[in-house]
Design a protein. Structure first.
Lengths: 568, 99
């Protein structure tokens, strides 16, 4: 038996992943060794350094990849080519911006996360943790681990790496979804739903991998692509396997029929995490989907086209119709993200060079608007009014009910304008980045012969524009329900499905109703919370990206076009 | 016994696991269904590895085991947190999030 020869690894090409995952591990050590007072600042500095470092590493790798077309690393397990770099850059960028929102605190030193996620909601222990101002700083390493998984996911060159990356990105997100400071029952419920459905989807995905391995005898993308081109009499195994793999990926992007978790998790998760998850997971999962559809299963396009077409049409329709009937801001944005998955899928189905560029650009645009919009949702809060003298009481959770946003354009014009900008970008109105993104995917779909999809996409976008505009009208042209004076009765919002909702089933269900919630019922006003300023900076960056990519998109599109080809 | 029998057994186990996930109401049992699906996949991988005569499938099976262990840690912590809040692990009781 020959001796062990160590493989040569091109660490330089892997540097963004190594930086982020290395920092995540250091973050775990910081948690153990740094005194509690300094921990938050240390973790924040470490996470920001790591994600910005990854962004810089991507920029440094760019010229080399543009010239050579990309390299295979770790014997082909990781493919560092043009699309990988674009996706890495997008993920790292939005991780930085999301971290700013995640880290931000209100004037009273509250961030978006439970002081102690293990404490039972409503217990004395939770009270003590809150009074002592404890912070759950494990958030930062968890975000870094998730980011690391997202970086590997679209770059994977074999199904084993793809599966491990899927789990590394998912597991921290399941936990993060359950850590909200307010409405903890909703948050924990979101976490459990996300986990159970996510675990089910990854089991299906894994069985798909096993079947593909059985068909082709390899986990490597290139070998599978070769094997699918040669008939062998086991085509049914191949087809079932590829459908199961696609199901796992479509679950992550929230496409119909795997979308049911999306609105629930978007609503229940802590808002900064929703923004992070909504933007970065979608970028990573669509990156992986793009690579698989374009490089692994191109010979199956006639078999898979029918499935992908159905999924894309259903996703656009269900997302749009679902968003029309919602009354909760985070759920509206959740359904809107489903509709956007459908739009991006049309770009993937196009199966041409323009499709790759269009999808990569769309993901960048969509990420900017998502992170920014959820940042603003996090700032718009409920506040109780002390009934005795009318002075404002303590600030509560996010004011997510649509009626609570009425009149925000008068009280906070700048914030409302920025939110309107993100909504217009979602809707795809010209002069915002969303228009360029949508135009790109639809014209790629027409070029690729999928014009019915583009037609349905345009119809769905115009229907979707209705509910975006409805929110803008609500903010600017509808009187505030509770801006001043006494609540008018009909407009008063009673928080439904809040922590105070009764738990009917089960013996000895614990009462988790808190005192604040019962008092607050009829005297809740909407306010924009003052913070340390990190979230405002993050929202400003997102708004800037949305405007710049809407007015002058050509440098970005040309840069993406220059590298938009996959390694075989 | 031919190797195909193992594949059929794995497919049956996988279907049992999937049925458990879709039909049972207790979060722990649902979770056990997922584990059964993962282990059925492992059997498939090892059998195909034997058929093809290479080790990739067996290596993959090891990774699946490690990932399943990590998933148990995360999953049980979430289920226990919910159970301590509500004194119930039924997936029908967690119904606050809806339209």
């Amino acid at each position: 038996m020959s001796g062990f020869t160590a493989p040569t690894i091109d660490w330089g090409a892997l540097s963004p992943v190594v930086i982020v995952l290395g920092a995540a591990i250091i973050g775990v050590l910081v948690e153990a060794f740094v005194p509690a007072r300094a921990r938050r600042n240390a973790q924040l500095a470490l996470s920001l350094l790591a994600t910005i470092g990854a962004l810089v590493a991507v920029v440094l790798l760019w010229p080399g990849v543009e010239e050579s077309g990309g390299t295979t690393v770790l014997g082909g397990s990781v493919l560092v080519d043009g699309p990988t770099l674009v996706l890495w850059g997008s993920i790292a960028l939005f991780a930085v911006i999301s971290l700013l929102i995640i880290a931000d605190r209100t004037e009273t030193g509250e961030d978006a996360f439970a002081p102690n996620a293990a404490a039972v909601p409503g217990s004395d222990y939770e009270d003590v943790a809150r009074r002592k101002g404890i912070h759950q700083t494990e958030i930062y390493p968890l975000v870094l681990f998730a980011t690391g998984g997202m970086l590997v996911f679209p770059a994977a060159g074999d199904l084993l790496t793809l599966f491990v990356a899927l789990e590394v990105l998912s597991l921290p997100l399941y936990l993060l979804a359950g850590m909200a400071r307010r409405r903890r029952l909703l948050s924990q419920e979101a976490s459990m739903k996300y986990f159970l459905l996510g675990a089910f989807a990854s089991a299906l995905f894994l069985f798909g991998i096993a079947l593909i391995y059985g068909y082709s005898g390899s986990l490597r993308y290139a070998d599978i692509a070769t094997a699918t081109g040669t008939p062998s009499g086991m085509e049914s195994v191949l087809l079932v396997g590829s459908v199961l793999i696609l199901a796992g990926l479509l679950f992550k992007v929230g496409a119909v029929p795997f979308h049911t978790w999306t609105p629930d998790v978007y609503q229940g998760a802590p808002t900064p995490i929703t923004g992070f998850m909504g933007a970065c997971t979608k970028i990573a999962a669509f990156g992986a989907l793009l690579r698989i559809v374009y490089t692994v299963f191109p010979d199956l396009q006639w078999d898979l086209a029918a499935i992908l077409w159905t999924v894309a049409i259903l996703t656009m329709v269900v997302g749009t119709v679902g968003a029309l009937v919602q009354s909760d801001m985070k759920r509206v944005l959740g359904y809107s993200s489903i509709a956007h998955s459908g739009f991006i899928l049309t770009g993937i189905i196009a199966l041409n060079q323009a499709g790759i560029t269009a999808v990569l650009f769309y993901l960048l645009v969509y990420g900017a608007a998502t992170v920014g919009a959820f940042g603003i949702v996090w700032l718009v809060r409920e506040r109780t009014r002390q009934s005795a003298d009318g002075s404002p009481g303590p600030i509560l959770g996010e004011a997510t009910h649509l009626s609570q946003w009425a009149g925000l354009g008068r009280t906070n014009p700048l914030l409302a304008l920025t939110f309107a900008l993100f909504l217009l970008s979602f809707a795809g109105i010209p002069l915002t980045a969303g228009f360029i993104g949508k135009f790109g995917v639809f014209s790629a779909a027409v070029d690729g012969g999928a014009w019915p999809l583009a037609l349905i996409g345009v119809l769905a976008s115009s229907a979707a524009a209705f509910f975006y505009v409805r929110i803008i009208v609500l903010m600017f042209f509808t009187g505030s329900a509770s801006a001043d004076g006494e609540p008018t009765g009909t407009d008063v919002y009673v928080p439904a499905g809040d922590v105070s909702a009764p738990i009917s089933a089960g013996d000895g269900a614990v009462a988790v109703e808190t005192v604040v919630e019962t008092e607050a019922r009829s005297t809740i006003t909407t306010t924009v919370v003052k913070t340390e300023g990190l979230a405002v900076a993050a929202i400003a960056i997102c708004a800037l990206l949305t405007i710049v990519m809407g007015i002058a998109p050509s440098p970005v599109i040309e840069a993406i076009q220059g590298v938009a080809s996959f390694l075989p | 016994m031919s190797l195909t029998h193992y594949l059929v057994l794995a497919a049956i186990l996988f279907s049992l696991g999937a049925t458990t996930v879709l039909l049972r109401r207790n979060a722990i049992i649902v979770f056990m269904g997922v584990e059964l699906m993962l282990n059925a996949t492992n059997l498939t991988l090892v059998t195909f590895s034997r058929i093809h005569g290479d080790l990739t499938g067996q290596v993959m099976a090891f990774f699946v085991m490690v990932v399943a262990a990590a998933e148990v840690v995360v999953g049980l912590s979430i289920i226990v947190a919910i159970f301590r809040t509500r004194r119930s692990a039924s997936v029908d009781d967690v119904n606050l999030l809806k339209n």
